[in-house]
Design a binder for this molecule. Structure first.
Ligand code: DGL
Length: 258
């Protein structure tokens, strides 16, 4: 692998495009391969072992295509497979994402922070450790939202059904106000506007995409792998679904305002 090799970015589906957007804004001259495993999405309600094997297969495919680094742009895959994949490929820079709990707690001191993520992300040790580190500085409420990635995978980013789905989950707060909301799944930023509106646009919303992009730049820099090309880079789109509409939707999600 050399500095002009592409960077592989993977997600269980199209959610990782919210991370890709931050990465291409920060590193416009790099070439990217975005792999969405929509055929196997959602990962969030699967077992740790299943998520590991699915993620590992995607990483192998990206390596076959000559990537110089891999970004796991999926909180679920990062928690279930990040550590094992780093052990499997010790010389490959693997950048994982985690729910942006740290900035949320710092931004809402002694407040109440709602963490929205998949069941798998919230049950894994990685999140338990993160929560342990921050639990004394804010009240942290975990809320899994199984079924939400499917809305995004259909391109349904605002609809009465989506609003009903979210408000029925938020009812579990029993009227408690929240100060900050962490979007701990990379699909969720695509429905950020609706989530914000359901909290009367009065909450601060955090996600881990920008931090992940900065982490990728640091890792490439430290290994002398940043692409110094003068021209803008390219994005190659791959989706495991046989439906060609998924690539069209991916490109749309890359461009729309969120
Ligand atoms: N995008 C994935 C994440 O960040 C989750 C979606 C899924 O359940 O597949 O956690």
């Amino acid at each position: 692998m050399t500095a002009d090799s592409p960077i592989g970015i993977m997600d269980s589906g199209m959610g990782g495009i919210s991370v890709l957007r931050e990465i291409t804004a920060l590193l416009p001259n790099e070439n990217f391969i975005f792999y969405g495993d929509s055929k196997n999405a959602p990962y969030g309600s699967r077992t740790t072992e299943e998520i590991y094997h699915l993620t590992s297969r995607v990483v192998d495919e990206l390596l076959d295509r000559g990537v110089k680094a891999v970004v796991i742009a999926c909180n679920t895959a990062s928690s279930a497979a990040g550590k094992r994949l780093r052990e499997k490929y010790p010389s490959l820079p693997i950048i994982a994402i985690e729910p942006a709990l740290k900035p949320a707690v710092i931004g809402c001191p002694n407040g109440r922070v709602l963490v929205l993520a998949t069941e798998a992300t919230l049950r894994e040790t990685k999140f338990a450790n993160l929560m342990d580190a921050w639990k004394d500085r804010a009240e942290i409420i975990k809320m899994p939202l199984p079924g939400l990635p499917e809305f995004v995978e259909r391109g349904e980013l605002d609809s009465p059904a989506l609003r009903d789905f979210l408000s029925s989950h938020f009812k579990a707060l029993g009227g408690k106000t929240v100060d900050g909301v962490v979007l701990g799944c990379t699909h969720y930023p695509f429905v950020k506007k609706v989530i914000s509106e359901l909290f009367d646009n009065k909450v601060k919303i955090y996600d881990g995409a920008a931090g992940t992009a900065r982490q990728l730049r640091r890792r490439l820099y430290s290994r002398n792998l940043l692409n110094n090309a003068a021209q803008k880079g390219t994005i190659t789109w791959i989706n495991s679904s046989e439906d060609p509409a998924m690539i069209e939707l991916s490109k749309k999600l890359y461009m729309i305002e969120i």
